[in-house]
Design a protein around this ligand. Structure first.
Ligand SMILES: [Zn+2]
Length: 380
């Protein structure tokens, strides 16, 4: 019974950590397989060797890069986060509190199903559970269970899509704890020129993440493109990609260029998502200056939005006062009721403006909260 690797080695490529099918504990296993016993429950397993499937191959086909990007852009639609029937496990993009045991139990059932038959539905469930369980262990800083969850999923994933998403996830997890060599090893089998947007985005963001952890900001910028929209990125990851891009820009071209990118990125998400990306990845020290400065700029312009209705009300009141004043001189033209009607009609417009403004603000707030919940998983 080999012990579970320590946190320093937990993301290493040359160790293998699976999940005990019996009790769910991390299960260290030799790379070339054989008989293994769980050190927690004593259950024994006869494992095959780890399968390494390189996902490359498109480069040799010689697909034109412009054509590839066009293919990817056509796939830019909102992905479904929870597969049918699994909504009960998530709330606001995260695992429902108290459901971790049930989620891990169901995940083990899905692992068995995926090992037996690798259908698209099973792989979607596999990726869904891997995401929410990894998210949970990340918050708990339980890197051993996190690693075991990702590798157990990887062992049964068959499609290049699922495998690339999981490789990229492992690379990011390794880079997060500073294991950049291990991160490079997980990225190595990935296809840098995939024709599937989910695969491509996973690779781009993981590549940029690992390069950022190494201080190689130019590579991060090259893979994410010089500005938002330069390369297609999946919607749910766009804000995070934007923060990584802004960070690279801040280091290469200075803080002003970075502020502009943060603002562009946050138009589609919110500053809270961007701030969460920075907060959840403390080892990268992302956007050290630009995020705070961009935020200050926007909060000032939001203040002017609030004062705008007040300005309009003042203008209307001034007009009403002027008309009232002029009507006093020609009092035979206006009755008292007409004064009242005039006053009401002039008040109605600024009032409507104010109500519409408040509603727009509320709508934006709700939309931001919704996208925040949706992007939480990607922010980590
Ligand atoms: Zn066990």
């Amino acid at each position: 019974m080999a012990p579970v690797p320590s946190n320093e080695r937990i993301f290493d490529h040359d160790v293998r950590v699976l999940i005990c099918d019996e009790c769910g504990a991390p299960l260290p296993a030799p790379l070339d397989g054989g008989a293994v016993a769980c050190q927690f429950c004593g259950a024994t397993f006869d494992l095959a060797a780890r399968a390494e499937v390189p996902l490359r191959g498109y480069r040799s086909v010689g697909l034109d890069e412009a054509k590839r990007l066009e293919t990817l852009r056509k796939q830019d639609v909102d992905p479904i986060f929870a597969p049918p029937g699994l909504d009960a496990f998530v709330f606001g993009g995260s695992l429902v509190p108290g459901k971790i045991a049930e989620a891990e139990q169901t995940f083990r059932v899905v692992l068995r199903q995926a090992a037996a038959i690798g259908s698209v539905e099973t792989e979607n469930s596999l990726l869904f559970f891997a995401r929410i369980i990894v998210d949970y262990h990340l918050a708990q800083r339980d890197y051993q269970r996190l690693r075991a969850t990702l590798e157990a999923a990887l062992e049964v994933a068959r499609s290049p899509r699922a495998r690339q998403i999981l490789y990229a996830f492992l690379a990011r997890s390794a880079a997060r704890v500073g294991a950049v060599q291990a991160a490079e090893a997980w990225l190595a089998p990935c296809d840098a020129r995939a024709q599937n947007l989910e695969m491509d985005t996973s690779y781009r963001v993981a590549r940029a993440y690992v390069s950022t952890a190494k201080g190689d900001h130019q590579t991060a910028l090259d893979v994410l493109g010089p500005e938002l929209g330069a390369v297609p990125i999946q919607d749910t990851t766009e804000c995070f990609a934007s923060v990584l891009r802004a960070n690279a820009l801040e280091h290469i071209h200075g803080v002003d260029v970075a502020i502009a990118e943060v603002q562009r990125g946050c138009e589609r998400g919110s500053f809270l998502i961007a701030a969460a990306c920075v907060y959840n990845n403390p080892t990268l020290n992302l956007c050290p200056q630009s995020l705070a400065l961009a935020r200050r700029h926007v909060s000032l312009s939001k203040k002017s939005l609030v004062f705008e209705p007040a300005l309009w009300i003042s203008i209307y009141l001034a007009v009403v006062a002027a008309l009232l004043f002029s009507s006093v001189r020609n009092s035979q033209l206006f009755t008292g009721m007409q004064f009242l009607a005039l006053l009401v009609s002039f008040w109605a417009l600024p009032l409507v403006t104010l109500i519409v403004r408040l509603n727009v603000t509320e709508f934006r707030r709700r939309r931001a909260a919704k996208s925040r919940a949706f992007a939480r998983e990607n922010a980590r």
